[in-house]
Design a protein around this ligand. Structure first.
Ligand SMILES: [Zn+2]
Length: 586
């Protein structure tokens, strides 16, 4: 522990949890609390709750929770010290410069710096280097000088250690460059060799929303494989969360964002004035990326290539976006295989027209479904309608279902009532299945199959509930610390997790004469903080009386005794005697 509690208290006080969280989540007031759609899992009805009075949050859907520092850790993907810094910056506080452990954030700082220097090196090599192949490639793709500068594009020369030598001369160590994934190493005949990760490729730097270079995409100049090499996960970069050009597109995203397949498509679109285009980085869309996208725009238009792989990816992306609740449309390419080609061949006007014509996800799915059947034949028509009903049953809005049923009825000359009946039958079946799933999940949860944080809880429910109640009592009745610790210690607890939490709460109160959940943020993981926030969130049921406190202590001790009791048949003499004495005392 190195940051003073005074400083942290100031920090938490000035970063009010509601105002911090509301810049990420749309919060609505509900009684004493605020609720919104959880930014950490997919949901359509809000289960993410913010408690202003305890300055904590808890999600009843995914069990994440904690204080304001935990929230920033989780949502910005930072470590503890970085999250503290982030919040300090936010309110113009400076960190006391003494001895907190910031080795991890220093390391990340070095990687950012190495990436920045690498980007500069690649850019300079592109512009001034003797090898002109990189420049020729961009010229052939019709990129202007302005675009090359805006995106910081570069060229990695066809040499084994050009970047390595350059960054070494700037003082970066092998370890730092390996961590940044800028170089690789190989062992041969007992010797270690280091060499550049990117060679003879045009280089596209990936820049995060704060302007840091976090990764690179490197594209070959010919048809050799792999077409792209991308930075793998590093301490500053997680592939599953990376989105290319969001740093530019976020300022043009109030209506919608356009998700395309490749870096070059994005760059071509931006150059043509369509500045809300982004791309995933070397992966299929992940739900993490979909979440980030939904934070920046109400709608996304999926614009993948017109081949089979692109169409499959579109189907997957539709499913993923559906869970975020955001509006989704699909653009069908025509006049070229990708955005870049359409713009080059037909101009940007053609592409804008395609945007206007793009179908919402229901229309798109119906179209794709229809391609599979010959609806001119009665059999084909029936099969298509059955499949279409299955699909429409998953559409939540009944108005939307009615509209599509009407359209299908007209197009296929079948009564609208019959189509709606079929849809509703399927929908009812789906609902029943979902309910059964839900019951199954709840049962499993209550048996504790899924409780990884406190695996002993399910088997010792009575003890665990009393423990949690005592912890809760202490959180809100700090003046009873001595009273409680004189009667019970963490060793008397049955479940290890609760014992640990109890001890931390006692320590925090001893140190600070008060308790706030944020005092635990440094030592507990976001998941653990979630559990603690959950315990804290049930405070409305507290009686705050000494009796309540005594009852909990008594219950915990009883349960502990039961647990430790060895069956009489297996006792040795000593144990038998002790058990007898204890019984008499009761
Ligand atoms: Zn959640």
């Amino acid at each position: 522990m190195a940051l003073s509690e005074d400083f942290l208290e100031q920090l938490r006080f000035r970063n009010d949890i509601e105002s911090v969280i509301s810049s990420y989540v749309n919060l609505r007031k509900r009684g004493q609390t605020f609720v919104g759609l959880c930014p950490f899992h997919n949901e359509k009805t809000p289960s993410f709750t913010v408690y202003p009075n305890t300055q904590s949050y808890y999600c009843f859907g995914c069990a994440s929770g904690g204080d304001v520092v935990t929230f920033i850790k989780q949502i910005e993907n930072l470590d503890y010290i970085e999250a503290v810094k982030f919040l300090a910056d936010r309110v113009g506080m400076s960190l006391p410069s003494d001895n907190y452990d910031d080795s991890l954030s220093k390391q990340r700082g070095r990687i950012y710096e190495a990436n920045k220097q690498a980007a500069k090196f690649y850019h300079k090599t592109l512009i001034e280097g003797t090898d002109r192949t990189g420049a020729k490639y961009f010229i052939a793709r019709n990129l202007t000088k302005q675009t090359v500068t805006q995106f910081g594009l570069g060229f990695a020369p066809n040499e084994w250690s050009a970047l390595y030598n350059h960054l070494h001369s700037l003082g970066f160590s092998n370890e730092e460059l390996l961590l940044a994934n800028l170089i690789r190493k190989s062992e041969k005949n007992g010797r270690t060799y280091y060499y550049d990760n990117f060679r003879n490729r045009v280089m596209i730097p990936i820049i995060d929303l704060r302007g840091n270079v976090i990764a690179f995409g490197g594209r070959v100049l010919d048809d050799s494989k792999p077409k792209y090499i991308n930075t793998s996960d590093t301490p500053v970069y997680k592939k599953s969360q990376g989105l290319f050009a969001l740093n530019f597109a976020k300022d043009h995203s109030s209506e919608f964002l356009i998700l395309v397949e490749g870096y070059m498509d994005v760059i071509a679109l931006h150059q043509a004035g369509i500045k809300n285009a982004i791309a995933c980085l070397g992966t299929a869309l992940t739900s993490e990326q979909a979440h980030i996208i939904s934070r920046y725009s109400p709608e996304v238009i999926i614009c993948y290539d017109n081949d089979e792989a692109g169409q499959k990816a579109t189907q997957r992306a539709l499913e993923i976006f559906r869970k975020t609740g955001m509006k989704t449309r699909v653009l069908t390419m025509s006049g070229g295989k990708d955005a870049d080609e359409i713009i080059t061949k037909h101009g940007v006007g053609k592409f804008k027209k395609l945007i206007d014509q793009s179908a919402n996800d229901t229309e798109y799915k119906l179209l794709k479904l229809r391609d599979k059947y010959n609806v001119a034949l009665p059999d084909g028509k029936t099969s298509f309608l059955i499949e279409a009903a299955k699909m429409l049953a998953t559409v939540e809005s009944s108005i939307e279902r009615d509209i599509y049923a009407g359209r299908l009825s007209q197009e296929l000359n079948v009564s609208k009532e019959a189509i709606l009946l079929e849809i509703n039958n399927v929908a009812r079946r789906l609902r029943r299945n979902a309910q059964q799933q839900e019951i199954k999940r709840k049962t499993e949860e209550s048996i504790g199959h899924k409780d990884k944080l406190n695996p002993e809880r399910a088997e010792n429910l009575a003890a665990a509930v009393a423990e949690e109640r005592l912890i809760l009592h202490l959180m809100f009745n700090n003046n009873r610390l001595e009273y409680i610790t004189a009667r019970i210690s963490a060793n008397d607890f049955v479940t290890k997790f609760n014992a640990r939490v109890f001890k931390s709460v006692c320590d925090a109160i001893t140190r600070n004469n008060s308790f706030e959940i944020g005092m635990l943020a440094e030592t507990y993981s976001p998941e653990e903080m979630g559990r603690i926030a959950k315990i804290q969130s049930s405070s409305s049921s507290l009686a705050n009386t000494v009796t309540e406190c005594d009852d909990c202590i008594k219950r915990i001790k009883e349960e502990k005794r039961k647990k430790e009791q060895v069956p009489a048949s297996e006792m040795d003499d000593e144990q038998f005697k002790n058990a007898f004495i204890r019984k008499k005392k009761n």
